[in-house]
Write a protein that binds this ligand. Structure first.
Ligand SMILES: Cc1cc2nc3c(=O)[nH]c(=O)nc-3n(C[C@H](O)[C@H](O)[C@H](O)COP(=O)(O)OP(=O)(O)OC[C@H]3O[C@@H](n4cnc5c(N)ncnc54)[C@H](O)[C@@H]3O)c2cc1C
Ligand code: HEM
Length: 241
């Protein structure tokens, strides 16, 4: 719940923060990747950083969360949080990483709002960040607890690769070791991590298209994006076996 003290401060500063988010988020990501270059290797999408999609997603979600709290201090926007938490857990995001994001996000906020920021404004936005972070951490812990194992990034083997119409390819995968597999539910997706020709590892999500409740197969169909990084590797470099 957003405190009585912070609510008017968030309400008063939301328009300014909203207006400066376009500067705060690139500032945040350049600080984050300067300190933790490993996060670009197999976690954040290089394409989303280049085209600004992830900056927009992060900024938009924080602004939407703060607006929702101002309107309803007791309620958290569950649907939005659930979507983010599902993405985060598909990437193996951990609780301790929220401290890292907090550090660089608030350094960026301090710099981009240097002309107006006071201790009270920083405290109120810190409260919003941790309300959002703790709500995400709680949902993410619940999602991790439903898994059949506590591992991330297990090896899977391609057992079939079939054309599925113009520019699309269906992949059928089976576990490449004996780690217990979680039964998937309709509507779920998998994160697939591959190594690019320049050595960088990148992750993309693919919806499970058949056999979804199976514990021994994953089936998904990818559309080739010629300008993309991962789908061309899946289509051209990844073979059965
Ligand atoms: C939940 C979920 C489920 C999904 N399910 C499926 C599915 O079932 N099947 C499927 O095919 N896809 C699915 N996707 C999309 C998939 O995850 C990938 O986004 C898609 O395969 C493209 O990835 P890519 O690495 O080939 O392209 P990326 O490298 O991610 O590039 C994406 C686009 O950005 C452009 N781009 C790159 N750099 C710049 C730049 N500097 N400026 C402007 N534009 C730039 C590229 O030209 C390209 O067109 C899903 C995504 C999500 C989030
Ligand atoms: C309160 C804190 C956070 C907020 C508000 C937040 C918000 C978001 C949002 C909105 C998305 C896009 C979701 C989608 O595509 O549907 C996202 C994706 C992502 N988040 Fe977070 N996040 C937070 C914390 C973290 C932390 C601690 C990490 C770990 C370093 C992290 C790593 C990622 C990654 C890697 C993606 C996918 C990005 C991509 O591949 O482009 N996030 N987050």
């Amino acid at each position: 719940m957003l405190s009585e003290k912070s609510r008017p401060i968030i309400e008063a500063t939301l328009p300014l923060v909203g207006e400066r988010l376009g500067r705060i988020t690139p500032n945040f990501y350049s600080r984050l990747f300067a300190a933790h270059p490993e996060l670009l290797h197999g976690l954040f999408s290089r394409a989303n950083q280049r085209n600004g999609e992830q900056q927009k997603a992060l900024a938009g979600s924080i602004a939407a969360f703060a607006s929702a709290l101002v309107a309803n201090p007791d309620l958290v926007p569950e649907t939005m949080l659930s979507r983010i938490a599902n993405k985060h857990t598909s990437l193996g995001i951990t609780e301790d990483q929220y401290d890292i994001v907090y550090k660089y996000l608030f350094e960026a906020i301090a710099e981009e709002l240097a002309d107006v920021i006071t201790a009270e404004i920083a405290e109120a936005w810190t409260e919003v960040y941790w309300l959002m972070a703790n709500a995400l951490i709680k949902i993410e812990k619940g999602l991790y607890a439903q898994q059949a194992n506590d591992k991330m990034w297990m090896p899977w083997q391609v057992v079939e690769k079939n054309p599925a119409g113009t520019g699309a390819m269906t992949f059928v995968l089976e576990p490449a070791d004996d780690t217990p597999v979680t039964a998937a539910r309709p509507g779920q997706f998998v994160s697939v991590k591959v190594q690019l020709p320049d050595g960088l590892r990148q992750v993309r999500q693919y919806s499970l298209s058949a056999d979804v409740d199976s514990t021994d197969r994953r089936v998904f169909t990818t559309k080739l994006d010629d300008g993309g990084e991962v789908s061309p590797v899946l289509h051209r470099n990844v073979q059965v076996g």
